[in-house]
Design a protein around this ligand. Structure first.
Ligand code: TPP
Length: 528
């Protein structure tokens, strides 16, 4: 007879989920024992790192990733990372060990009391099977729930005495299931949408992370070219949905109500695809839409559609909807937007680089299909202006702004995409939230190049402190950090640079290596 253990590994194998990201405790050992030879276990030294690595892996591979956490304490440590996974529609299947069933009620050590409640509201579904026989089915439900649109994290708590229980042969039926979605627009919906686009005098596209997640970047380009319309990236961008040197490309919209209206002024139709409407950040109240503009929202997430404060929405499969829509859009006679001028090089002060120079060097030295995992909060605008991104899956940024994503996600992305090089662009503030990811990169020989921008401060918060009239707030500087020493402590070779040619040489050397490297760059502060 199969057991919960053997049936679960069969199910995971059939779903292609043979990488387990975890940090174990006693509750998890019965799951991990007899670990099959065709599976790999990636140990993270803190649960934020575990979920961050899995998040990068799931985002870059587009497939569910398995996480194994330790009961309540481990799950609690992972919550910050879950904020990002929730907003990036990352299909994470989180499992956590629970005390033996008969020991939960007395609240023994490691009993996770009311376990399904703990990760809410940052999961699509959370569950503890009511009997051992239900564990494989519950995991099957978890995997499909995570993967169906809108994708997102799920959580299953599993008592540790369940793994040895026998289950029915019928459990094998779970492995055979295919669960897919087919959300296409009707002919009438398609016609109405195409008519509105064809009738618009000055349409504009606003593209979000789900365009990239569903590989619809090429369709977004085709749509922009048919409409000869400018294409903006939706505010608080967590992925790159459009080639950044295309003539239609305009950059990332600001994350403020009035700022967006100002940038989109003059357009009569705003078409938002694969993003919430909108992911605002700084408080700058104003008009939601510019004068005379209407908005159409194409999304895979019914919650995004329902909660938007304006516009019409169509919910469905982003790729399939664009694929059907583009042939119905007439080639516009409008002039194509002029390509944006290349930004000027910056002059670096003695003993430091401007972030602009760092990005110019990266753009010149890195392979054209490099993947950037970015977590340096004050340098977002400069990065998008200066680093060309051509291919799908070229950029990942924490979707909820929860720091501690960059270092581990870079490791996970590199694991998922061994054929491309991953460069982590991490602020000296951000790097500390998940620094132990360096250890996983070293131990599993995952050749991420980590570029740490050392400006000695929480740069974005300095900017916010001016915006919020709170410039005297304490706790905004981070002096005295030595990332070369930290990196060496975790087994990663590191170098500190403060001149352009040294950075060029260090980046070239790091990219030629098949092990991870850290480059600490002394940088100036910058306005975000
Ligand atoms: N804690 C978490 C988990 N997430 C956050 N976003 C913050 C705190 C608040 N926060 C936002 S930006 C920022 C902080 C602390 C500063 C990040 O500094 P750094 O990585 O050095 O980037 P810089 O802004 O200097 O480019």
């Amino acid at each position: 007879m199969p057991t919960v253990h053997s049936a679960t590994y069969d199910l995971l194998r059939r779903r292609g989920m043979t990488t387990v990201f975890g940090n174990p405790g006693s509750n998890e050992l019965p799951f991990l024992k007899n670990f099959p030879g065709d599976f790999r276990y990636i140990l993270g030294l803190h649960e934020g790192v575990v979920v961050g690595m899995a998040d990068g892996f799931a985002l870059a591979s587009g497939a569910p990733a398995l996480v194994n956490l330790h009961a309540a304490a481990g799950s609690g440590n992972a919550m910050g990372a879950l904020t990002n996974a929730w907003y990036s529609h990352s299909p994470l299947v989180l499992t956590a060990g629970q005390q033996a069933r008969s020991m939960i009620g007395v609240e023994s050590m490691l009993a996770n009391v009311d376990a399904p409640q703990l990760p809410r509201p940052l999961v699509k579904w959370s569950y503890e099977p009511s009997c051992p026989e239900d564990v494989p089915r519950a995991l099957s439900q978890a995997i499909h729930t995570a993967n169906l649109p809108a994708r997102g994290p799920v959580y299953v708590s599993i008592p540790h005495d369940d793994w040895g229980h026998e289950v029915s042969e019928e459990t094998a039926l779970l492995s055979e299931r295919e669960v897919t979605s087919a959300a296409l627009p009707s002919d009438a919906q398609l016609r109405t949408l195409a008519e509105r686009l064809n009738a618009a005098r000055h349409p504009v596209l606003v593209l979000g992370p789900d365009v990239d997640a569903y590989g619809a970047n090429g369709l977004a380009v085709a749509l922009a070219e048919r409409l000869n319309a400018p294409a903006w990236v939706a505010p608080s961008a967590s992925r790159c949905p459009f080639p950044t040197r295309h003539a239609c490309f305009r950059g990332v919209l600001p994350a403020a109500i009035q700022g967006i209206s100002d940038r989109l002024a003059g357009h009569d139709l705003i078409v938002v695809i694969g993003a919430p409407v909108f992911r605002y950040h700084q408080y700058a109240p104003g008009r939601y839409l510019p004068e005379g503009a209407k908005l159409i929202h194409i999304t895979c997430d019914m919650q995004e559609a329902a909660r938007a404060p304006m516009g019409d929405a169509l919910v469905g499969d982003i790729y399939a909807m664009l694929d059907q829509l583009v042939p119905h859009v007439r080639q516009s006679g409008r002039a194509r937007p002029e390509p944006q001028a290349a930004p000027e090089p910056q002059v670096d002060p003695e003993g430091m680089l401007t972030p602009e120079t760092v990005f110019d060097v990266m753009n010149a030295v890195a392979p054209e299909d490099a993947i950037y995992v970015k977590e340096s909060t004050s340098t977002v605008t400069a990065f998008w202006e200066r680093v060309e991104m051509r291919h799908p899956g070229s950029y990942f940024f924490p979707a909820a702004g929860g720091l501690g994503f960059g270092l581990p996600a870079a490791v996970g992305v590199q694991l998922a995409c061994p054929e491309r090089r991953v460069i982590g662009v991490i602020g000296d503030g951000s790097a500390n939230y998940a620094i132990t990811a360096l250890w996983s990169a070293a131990q599993y020989r995952i050749p991420v190049v980590f570029v740490i921008l050392k400006n000695g401060t929480y740069g974005a918060l300095r900017w916010f402190s001016r915006l919020l009239n709170a410039e005297d707030a304490p706790g905004l500087d981070v002096p005295g950090l030595d990332f070369c020493a930290l990196a060496k402590g975790y087994g990663v070779e590191a170098v500190a640079v403060s001149a352009r040619h040294d950075f060029e040489a260090a980046l070239q050397a790091a990219l030629a290596d098949d092990r991870p490297r850290v480059i600490e760059v002394s940088t100036t502060t910058i306005e975000p």
